[in-house]
Ligand binder design. Structure first.
Ligand SMILES: [Zn+2]
Length: 289
C-alpha cells in the first residue's frame, strides 16, 4: 500500500482500490455492499491509504453557490468535506460527497481548498477542468463499480434497467445512465434536453467512432422534430421504439434504425437514450472530419 500511495494515482485506480477494500470489509461483516456508504468511506479513507491528514468531518452546510467543497482545517492537519445541505436528492448529495472524496484522494497535495459546482464553467482553466472531471470519474467508479453494474444489465440496456441501477446505487438516473454509456461497448448516445434544445450529450466510444454524437458543446442543437423526444404526447418510453436513424443523424443510411428511449428526469427535463445497431455507422468512414 505504501508503494501505491506514492505512485501517481488515477481516478480509476483509486476508486478500484477502495472498492476492493470495501468488498472484503462487506463480506467480512456480512453488510450490504450497496449503496456505498460514502461518509464512512470518507472518514476512514486515510487509514486505507496510510495518510496522516484525515477527513475529520463530513458536514452539510449552507454553501449557496456550490454543490460541495473540500477544505483544509485544524492548522492544515486535516480536512473538512462539506456538502450543500439544500440538495434534496440523496443521489445528488451522495455523488457530491464522492466527488469531494475524489479531490481528497487525487488532488489534495495540489490545493488546500476545492469549491465545486455542478455546472461546467466557461472560465475554468484546463487544470480545473481536468481535476473536476477526474473527481467525477472517481465518484462514478466508487458508487457504481463496473463489475457489479455489468451484472445488473442483461441484453440491451433500457431505462427500466437503469432506473433499478439508480435505486441500487442510490444515484440519480442521469449518473447511472452516464456511467453505463461511458463503459458500454455498444453504440449509445445519451441526450439531456430542455424546451426542445440539447443541454448536453454523451456518446459511448463506439458511438463516437461511428459518428454518432451531437455538437452540443459548440453549437445550439435542436431536438429533431420527428423524434420521440420531441413528441409531447409521450411522457416516457422506457424500453424504446425503433425510429429511422436519419432523424437524429442526417448522414445515416436510409435503412438504418436507432432505438430511442425517453424519460422525464428529475433534473434535466427529458433524458433520451439512443442505441444504434452495432453494424451501422452514421457517416461514411472517408467523410470523417
Ligand atoms: Zn470538484
Amino acid at each position: 500500500m505504501t508503494e501505491t500511495s506514492k505512485a501517481p494515482i488515477t481516478p480509476y485506480k483509486a476508486a478500484f482500490q477502495l472498492t476492493t477494500i470495501l468488498k472484503v470489509f462487506n463480506a467480512a461483516h456480512a453488510s450490504v455492499r450497496f449503496p456505498v456508504d460514502v461518509v464512512t468511506v470518507a472518514e476512514h479513507c486515510h487509514e486505507f491509504f496510510h495518510w496522516d491528514d484525515a477527513i475529520e468531518k463530513v458536514v452539510g452546510a449552507d454553501i449557496e453557490n456550490f454543490e460541495g467543497c473540500l477544505a483544509r482545517i485544524d492548522d492544515d492537519r486535516g480536512w473538512a468535506l462539506i456538502f450543500n445541505e439544500s440538495i434534496q436528492s440523496s443521489g445528488r448529495r451522495r455523488f457530491t460527497q464522492a466527488h469531494e472524496l475524489g479531490h481528497y484522494v487525487l488532488h489534495r497535495s495540489l490545493r488546500s481548498l476545492f469549491e465545486c459546482t455542478s455546472e461546467d464553467m466557461d472560465d475554468w482553466q484546463s487544470e480545473d477542468r481536468r481535476m473536476e472531471s477526474e473527481a467525477d470519474v472517481f465518484a462514478a467508479n466508487l458508487l457504481m463499480p463496473l463489475d457489479d453494474f455489468r451484472e445488473q444489465i442483461s441484453g440491451s440496456v433500457d431505462f427500466s434497467q437503469l432506473r433499478l441501477c439508480a435505486q441500487r446505487y442510490d444515484v440519480s438516473l442521469t449518473a447511472a445512465a452516464l456511467r453505463w454509456v461511458s463503459a458500454s461497448d455498444k453504440k449509445l448516445v445519451l441526450v439531456a434536453s430542455n424546451d426542445g434544445f440539447v443541454r448536453w450529450s454523451s456518446s459511448s466510444d463506439a458511438a463516437f467512432k461511428a459518428g454518432a454524437f451531437l455538437r452540443s458543446r459548440r453549437d445550439t442543437v435542436e431536438i429533431p422534430a420527428d423524434s420521440l423526444t420531441a413528441d409531447q404526447t409521450v411522457a416516457r418510453e422506457l424500453d424504446g421504439v425503433s425510429v429511422p436513424a436519419k432523424i437524429w443523424f442526417p448522414n445515416a443510411r436510409p435503412g438504418t434504425k436507432v432505438r430511442e428511449m425517453k424519460i422525464d428526469s428529475e433534473q434535466y427535463g427529458a433524458l433520451t437514450l439512443l442505441e444504434l445497431p452495432s453494424t451501422d455507422d452514421v457517416w461514411a468512414p472517408w467523410s470523417a472530419e
